[in-house]
Ligand binder design. Structure first.
Ligand SMILES: [Zn+2]
Length: 182
């Protein structure tokens, strides 16, 4: 008898009891949706990755290396955390309100999350905190490595990237990651 775990409904996000069997559809009693559970399924692996970055790896024939890196170095064999998902919801809210816009560039290191720029002053709400941002600042999801490097508690980096110190740090990180991925 497998231990009961909680998984999130893929449709509404409600917590559902799950017996750990992957091949068996799960029914959500909140919204009625039926879906196949996938702890770290293919789609989930790419949750934080900018589609253009992914396409670039695919073009270079190195998509499997990026996937491996995300699975084991970024996700560390786990699923994304609640805070990671909260980040995505908050970005979606700010985007809908026109407070941020997605830039045509992505973070230099795996999993290459998209970068957003604030169109006005505002607040990023995550983990019960409100982090202020100023117009022109950039917002990006911070992977564990980025969190270590910038000493962040929460998975969000808000910074003015015209600052040379920040650019330098990113450069170092980028080189380190390229070294690992070879
Ligand atoms: Zn549901």
């Amino acid at each position: 008898m497998a231990l009961l775990q909680k998984i999130e409904c893929q449709n509404c996000g409600a917590p559902i009891d799950w017996d750990g069997s992957y091949g068996k559809p799960v029914n959500c009693e909140y919204c009625g949706a039926t879906f196949m559970p996938a702890a770290t399924g293919m789609q989930d692996v790419w949750l934080m990755t900018d589609p253009v970055a992914r396409a670039r790896y695919e073009f270079n024939g190195t998509l499997d290396k990026l996937e491996h890196d995300i699975r084991y170095e970024v996700m560390r064999g786990q699923d994304w955390s609640d805070l990671d998902r909260e980040y995505l919801r908050e970005i979606a809210r700010l985007k809908a309100e026109g407070a941020v816009r997605k830039l045509a560039s992505f973070w230099a290191i795996s999993p290459h999350p998209p970068i957003y720029r604030a169109r006005r002053d505002g607040e990023f709400r995550i983990g019960g905190q409100r982090i202020p941002f100023k117009k022109g600042e950039e917002i990006v999801w911070a992977c564990p490595m980025t969190r270590d490097r910038f000493d962040l508690e929460l998975p969000v980096l808000i910074a003015d990237f015209s600052d040379t110190r920040v650019q330098q740090l990113c450069g170092e990180m980028s080189n380190a990651m390229q070294g690992r991925m070879r």
